[in-house]
Design a protein around this ligand. Sequence first.
Ligand code: GDP
Ligand code: MG
Length: 375
Amino acid sequence: MDPENLNPWPAIRPSSLKSRVEGEHQPSMLMNRKVDCLSFSYKIQNNMPANLTPQYLEAELKFKQAKTTPEKIKALEVMMAVIPKHKGTERLRGQLKSRMAKLKEELQKRPTVGRAEQVYNVKREGAAQVVLLGLPNSGKSSLVSRIKNASSEVADYPFTTQRPVPGMMKFENLQIQLVDTPPIQLDHIEPGFPNLIRNADALLLLLDLTDDPVFQMEVLLEQLIDMRIKAVGKGPIPSLETGWACLRALVIGNKCDTKNAMSAYREVEERFKGAFSILPISAKEGMNFDELKKEVYQLLDIVRVYTKVPGKEPDLSEPVILKKGSTIGDVALSVHKDFAAKLRYAKVWGSGKFDGQMVKRDYPVNEGDVIELHI
Ligand SMILES: Nc1nc2c(ncn2[C@@H]2O[C@H](COP(=O)(O)OP(=O)(O)O)[C@@H](O)[C@H]2O)c(=O)[nH]1
Ligand SMILES: [Mg+2]
């Protein structure tokens, strides 16, 4: 008999999959795992083509090889993130979900804080809140833990992140809050996740350069659209229909320390550089962190100005943070509302025609200006 006829899932072995799968794993391993894998039993039950992708099959293999519960969760997260979303996979997606629920139960009791949404409330701290988004294993937890403490080592094993975890990133005289998040999954959005994102000042879209980053980027954008969130890299923020949110986003290619990462990076650039700023980093090695911090700051569209009282030097360690385009009136308001009401004029050092220039309330301030308010 033709051995091909014995293949229970011909629909999921297109030539592109074949080359990828055979490049990275022994075909025999894949053959062996057909017997009891989720997708196979699913196919038998439904007889509908699932058209599972190479990414899915790889994750499934990892799932089957996983020994510990966190490893299993991690692999299952990837499966749930990349499983094609259509009628043919509906039941399988249900199975994955319930398996995930069981594993999470095993790992730890649900947090006692209350509803899932509450777990997703992250108290804002510092000059701005930036939320990190990525598929499982892109390196979100590694980046936050490494950047908040330059000397910390990144663990070689994956963390399973089940709720947002904030960490502070220092940039010059500012502290910016980075929020590590549970992975984005194609099939499931935790309640509270959309709000967490909407409330952020900007997003970092983290891609793993060792694993088809263009595909990951597509998944991220698609999931954001599902949450009615538009990520905007370059150019003006468009006005959107009600119910939609628009957020600045920077794309980061992580793991640039690995072999072939830069060619994957160039693919991302080719595809997305028109729309987004893109930056290669290594969370593990701490590579390009200075550049990353600068880019994050630029993404925030803010300016720092410093106030002083007449006859004294300004405190340059205490910036007043304002949206770009703010005026002297806004500076006064940030000090005190009475100040804003009573303001007569200000003196500006830095951006004016000459130091100590007298300006009115509607004068637009620039990055680094020193301002003396007069009431
Ligand atoms: N080579 C390399 N590995 C990394 C880097 N960042 C993270 N990893 C590894 O990738 C895996 C997943 O990292 P993790 O931070 O848990 O990803 P998360 O799921 O996005 O939070 C771990 O095994 C990390 O050690 C990096 O820059 N380079
Ligand atoms: Mg994590």
